[in-house]
Design a protein around this ligand. Structure first.
Ligand SMILES: *[C@@H]1O[C@H](CO)[C@@H](O)[C@H](O)[C@H]1NC(C)=O
Length: 119
């Protein structure tokens, strides 16, 4: 069984790598990127044909500065942003963020700047 399983895992990884060639950042090794509350989760390849579920709290790395989403440690954007979602098929997170003077402009941040981590 060990030797029959190996080619399946290997070809699965090649498909995964090929489909990820168009994507950048963590999207090149992760699929099914989803946002629930402030938790971003994804299924990420480990480079050996297997994948695992990964998740992070986006509040730990994204801030709202005057209505614009920006990468920042312990950013806590969710206190002043709402209706956040991931644009399907992309790594763009969109939110309505208060700008400090009465407006809540739509803001976008591309979460895939780094290959191995967010922001
Ligand atoms: C905030 O949004 C309001 C309403 O859209 C706008 O009038 C104001 O100029 C914005 N302020 C800043 C600092 O962007």
């Amino acid at each position: 069984m060990h030797f029959t399983l190996l080619p399946i895992l290997t070809s699965g990884f090649l498909l995964f790598a090929a489909s990820g060639a168009r994507a950048s950042g963590f999207a090149s090794t992760c699929n099914n990127i989803a946002l629930s509350g402030t938790t971003l989760s994804a299924e990420c390849g480990n480079g050996h044909g297997e994948s695992f579920q990964a998740s992070i709290n986006t509040d730990d790395c994204i801030a709202n500065y005057g209505g614009s989403l920006t990468c920042a440690p312990n950013g806590g954007y969710s206190a002043s942003c709402n209706t956040c979602f991931i644009e399907p098929g992309t790594t763009d997170m969109l939110c309505d963020c208060r700008n400090g003077s009465g407006g809540t402009p739509a803001s976008l941040i591309d979460l895939s700047r780094s290959r191995t981590r967010l922001c």
